[in-house]
Write a protein that binds this ligand. Structure first.
Ligand code: MG
Length: 396
């Protein structure tokens, strides 16, 4: 059996643990390195089960704790950004699964690409903030960026058979594939159909109830504000090399069509399935091979109908702001993302009203002067400045 060796950044989070479920079901996948933020006990259990050669905890204290706990095993325990970078470039791994949340994913992703690893990309911020660096670098290094996000995986799957190169190393090929439009679907979140007035007193516990997908807190809030869709528009733009005017967001409350591609002859090819992240994760790990997977199936008879709506960008300005940030380009998407991260954090701690999230993003963008083609340090500086601005921003 030929083993495929993978490293996972963010192994204790939602995508990370589902990736490990795929590993359990496929004996030819081997985990060689795992990294997590601060969940020492969870990471210890994962190390005991999957026996990676390397592990990393973001916090130094947690790393020291973990080191003591797994002293009986042959595993090197690292800490912080240095640890993430070492894991990203670990010679034994072939694929890096980037399942950490936030801009801390950018540098490890670059390190992995430079070391020739294919990327199973689940960290949105990497392309949103640094797509102009990542995509050309991946092309130069001949590595594949395989989308794990369900929508981008659906688009990727809908392009199968249209793009000649099945290696996944495909920059520039999409233009030739005859894409007219990308139809990026969104569930609309728990507040679809509500008015602004009805959203005034929304609390964190209401926003954390997503109708279809089970995800981490940050992304659940982001899907209720449509900011998640905004980030996905920016991601799609880089992954598939299409202009913003050709990416259309479609509200589809049943979350069965995970996204679609409309071609120049009018044909629409869509990928459908039950909302389950394990399919896009597995597809990225074995691309171009399709592996069997147990689990629920879509029952079209039970479903009866699929419905579609235009997004309401007046009530949910987070999406319109994303298009504006993407159009401005340069460092602006970083401001959009960092302001949102801070705003969501404040909202979850009940320090910011629900509608304040988009307000804060909008004002942070307004005061920012765009840096064209920002370097990674400029991106991280912009992030820091935006966070400081957001921390001072008070509207209660
Ligand atoms: Mg998604």
């Amino acid at each position: 059996m030929r083993m495929k060796k993978i490293a996972i950044l963010g192994s204790t989070g939602s995508i990370g643990t589902q990736t490990l479920e795929i590993v359990r079901a496929n004996p030819d996948l081997q985990v060689v390195a795992l990294a997590a933020g601060s969940s020492v006990e969870k990471l210890e259990a994962q190390i005991r089960e999957f026996r990676p050669r390397m592990a990393c905890m973001w916090s130094g204290e947690a790393a020291a704790d973990l080191r003591a706990r797994v002293a009986d095993l042959d595993v090197k325990v690292l800490a912080g950004m240095e640890g993430l970078l070492e894991i990203a470039a670990f010679p034994e791994s072939q694929v890096l699964v980037t399942a950490i949340v936030g801009m801390i994913g950018i540098r490890p992703t670059i390190a992995a690409i430079e070391a020739g690893k294919d990327i199973a990309l689940a960290n949105k911020e990497t392309l949103v903030c640094a797509g102009h660096i990542i995509m050309p670098l991946a092309e130069r290094c001949g590595v594949a960026i395989l989308p794990v996000d369900s929508e981008h995986s659906a688009i990727f799957q809908s392009l199968n058979g249209e793009v000649a190169d099945r290696s996944g190393r495909r920059a520039g090929l999409y233009e030739k594939a005859g894409i007219e439009k990308i139809l990026l679907t969104a569930s609309g979140g728990p507040f679809r159909g509500r008015s602004k007035k009805q959203l005034q007193n929304i609390r964190a516990e209401d926003a954390l109830k997503h109708p279809n997908w089970s995800m981490g807190h940050k992304v659940t809030i982001d899907s209720s504000t449509l900011v998640n869709k905004g980030l996905e528009v920016m991601e799609a733009r880089w992954l598939f090399g299409v202009g913003l005017d050709r990416i259309q967001v479609v509200i589809h409350p049943q979350s069965i069509i995970h996204s679609a591609v409309q071609y120049v002859d009018g044909a629409i090819i869509a990928q459908m399935g039950v909302p389950d992240m394990k399919l896009p994760i597995q597809y990225a790990l074995f691309y171009p091979e399709r592996r069997p997977m147990a689990g629920r199936r879509v029952d079209l008879f039970e479903l009866g109908q699929l419905t579609f709506e235009r997004p309401d960008t007046d009530t949910f300005p987070g999406l319109a702001l994303a298009y504006r940030a993407a159009e401005a380009g340069g460092s602006m998407p970083t401001v959009y993302n960092a302001a949102n991260e801070e705003a969501v954090e404040l909202f979850l701690r009940e320090k910011l009203p629900y509608l304040g999230i988009a307000e804060l993003i909008g004002e942070a963008m307004e005061r920012h002067r765009v840096i064209e083609d920002p370097t990674v340090s400029q991106i991280l500086e912009t992030e820091q400045e935006t966070r400081e601005y957001a921390a001072r921003w008070k509207r209660l």
